[in-house]
Design a protein around this ligand. Structure first.
Ligand SMILES: [Zn+2]
Length: 209
């Protein structure tokens, strides 16, 4: 029988979440990460409320493209159906990562969009990271609204909660998340001294906006 998902995806998810957790991009067992297998279309995702330091590739949960659990002994992340909804709506996306980085969250709490003030930020975010107003329930309507707010950006902030980033690979989702948090930190520092200049992309070039 063919594997439900590639072993490499399981390894990437486990290694990435241990690294991001150790880098303080989310507290304790918060956050979640999934990938879509390019051959089977199945989604492999971190389990609900499970410590990252203990997590092994076998602890991950596998869902079919409609979100039914077809592998793993643990419950999937609370946001599993949100991940599945993103994959259904965005065929080019193969990794979805939710973290709770402090500088990103500070701008989220203020309801203030995160502007590209660094080249890393512009590349990571593909422009501005918008803030989605706080919603208690993360249901199907939440996913629809979130994708609308996100638009062409690689990420969106859930106000008073955290960041969601999409990418073509697990590694790129992690790199974008780290870049977006770095950019938010620089924006915070710059705002303490004045009004930062921002960047924008014009074709393949970056220019000062
Ligand atoms: Zn969260």
């Amino acid at each position: 029988m063919a594997d439900l998902v590639a072993a490499e995806l399981r390894r990437s998810i486990t290694v990435t979440m241990k690294h991001l957790s150790a880098s303080s991009l989310m507290p304790a067992s918060q956050g979640n990460l999934s990938a879509r297998d390019r051959d089977t279309g199945n989604v492999v995702i971190t389990p609900h409320a499970y410590p990252y330091e203990d997590m092994t590739p076998d602890d991950l949960v596998v869902l079919d493209p409609d979100g039914e659990q077809i592998g793993g002994r643990l419950d999937p992340s609370y946001d599993a159906l949100l991940h599945v909804g993103v994959y259904k709506a965005r065929p080019e996306v193969f990794a979805v990562l939710h973290t709770e980085p402090p500088y990103v969250n500070a701008f989220g709490a203020l309801g203030r969009d995160i502007l590209p003030v660094t080249t890393t930020g512009l590349k990571s975010a593909n422009g501005t990271i918008p803030i989605m107003p706080f919603r208690h329930r993360r249901d199907e309507a939440f996913t629809t609204e979130m994708l609308e707010v996100m638009g062409d950006s690689h990420g969106v902030v859930w106000q008073n909660h955290g960041l969601l980033v999409v990418a073509d690979t697990v590694e790129n989702a992690a790199e974008r998340t780290i870049g977006i948090e770095f950019n938010a930190q620089v924006m915070h520092l710059a705002l303490r001294a004045g009004e930062p200049q921002t960047l924008e992309r014009v074709g393949a070039d970056m220019i000062v906006a």
